[in-house]
Design a binder for this molecule. Structure first.
Ligand code: GDP
Ligand code: MN
Length: 361
């Protein structure tokens, strides 16, 4: 789950990283009085979870006296297509230098990896492209509670000690919060010390319960519904709904759709032992996506009984065509039930997927 900048800054602040003085204003709320206590000069920042807000007009400079204009401007704007529901008004830092630090998981090394550059700020993507050597990288064993000093030096080079300290604190944030990403760009030096001018934190969805986060607000309504039923479900951009059992079979179905130049609308793995009720919920869930024009049900009966599956599909009674491939336990009975109702059943995965792609062509 992605945190907004002001939420991430709160977490960073608790770990002893310096963050600018600031206040959050939600759409419809009045500006708090005495903004000048934050600073005479301020930055007004759209709180939307997209990167590159600065370049997209989501970060405005203002004075405490006229901040309300900048605030109104952002509430009326879309930043990269995303509406602005809250803004952060912060003291404007007298920035001397901008650094970049980002911590993520290196999945091949199975360790957190820290990226650091002396040239942080809004052009970091360009730096990564044109001068990748400017971004230094170290992997840290997750068994360490702190980044070993020699690695910090290797990473940060001649940057001041306050920068090294902030990088180490960010590493603690990363570990304690089960993060997938913890980033400060820019991490800045000012005459008053080192500050996180920006903040990004993404928490691993699998750790939300452990982190005490009850709802994953990044999920769509349908994704929440899927979670309730215990389906593995991801929404995609296409028109072909997909229901399979087992991640492997479901992924293979997606691959085949791509092979035949179709576009999948989703990934849905109903899991093992899917009974009539589960299949019904799965079919209705997928059919509920407005983009879905045809649905593939690709199930192998082991513990799952094909007649249960057939009953679930029939009971779901959705308006889109459901093309079925069933194999395994009680296959004959399942086929008989579906044939009675006029469902198309095809023998191989190739035929099934091709039929679905043709139906959306
Ligand atoms: P992003 O574009 O979404 O990454 O938003 P940032 O919060 O990183 O802001 C973009 C840029 O605005 C930064 O790289 C800074 O150059 C500038 N900026 C942000 N906060 C301040 C500030 O307090 N003082 C000054 N002088 N510039 C700032
Ligand atoms: Mn930034």
């Amino acid at each position: 789950m992605k945190l907004l900048e002001f939420e991430a800054k709160e977490v960073f602040g608790r770990e002893g990283i310096r963050i600018p003085k600031g206040v959050v204003v939600r759409k419809g709320e009045d500006l708090p009085p005495h903004l000048e206590e934050i600073g005479d000069r301020v930055v007004v920042k759209a709180q939307v979870d997209v990167g590159g807000r600065g370049k997209a007009g989501g970060v405005l400079m203002a004075d405490a006296g006229n901040a309300s204009e900048a605030v109104q401007h952002l509430f009326n704007a879309h930043i990269k297509g995303v509406p602005v529901n809250s803004v952060l008004i912060e003291e404007r830092l007298p920035i001397e230098h901008e650094y970049y630090v980002s911590i993520a998981i290196d999945r091949s090394k199975k360790e957190p990896v820290i990226l650091f550059a002396d040239t942080g700020g809004v052009n970091i993507e360009e730096t990564a492209r044109t001068n990748p050597d400017a971004i230094r990288t170290v992997a840290v064993s997750p068994l360490f509670a702190d980044v070993p000093a020699f690695l910090l030096r290797e990473l940060t080079g001649t940057a001041p000690a306050g920068v090294r300290d902030a990088v180490n604190r960010l590493y603690r944030v990363f570990c304690k919060n089960d993060a997938l990403l913890a980033e400060i760009n820019p991490l800045v030096t000012t005459p008053n010390g080192v500050y996180a001018a920006d903040a990004k934190l993404i928490i691993d969805d699998n750790s939300l319960a452990r982190q005490g986060i009850a709802v994953n607000r990044d999920l769509t309504e349908r994704e929440k519904e899927a979670e309730k039923h215990g389906f593995s479900y991801v929404e995609l951009e296409g028109e072909i709904g997909v229901i399979g059992n087992g991640a492997g079979l479901t992924m293979a179905t997606l691959d085949l759709i791509d092979h035949f130049k179709g576009r999948a609308a989703n990934f849905l793995d109903v899991g093992g032992g899917a009974d009539q009720e589960r299949v019904k919920h799965a079919v209705r869930l997928v059919a509920g996506m407005p983009s879905v024009r045809v649905i593939i049900v690709n199930l192998l009966g082991g513990i799952t009984r094909c007649d249960e599956v057939a009953r679930g599909i029939i009971e779901a009674g959705v308006s889109q065509e459901v093309i079925v491939r069933l194999a395994g336990t009680n296959e004959e009975e399942g086929r008989r039930l579906l044939a009675e109702k006029g469902y198309r059943m095809l023998g191989s995965m190739d035929e099934t997927v091709r039929a679905a792609v043709e139906a959306t062509a």
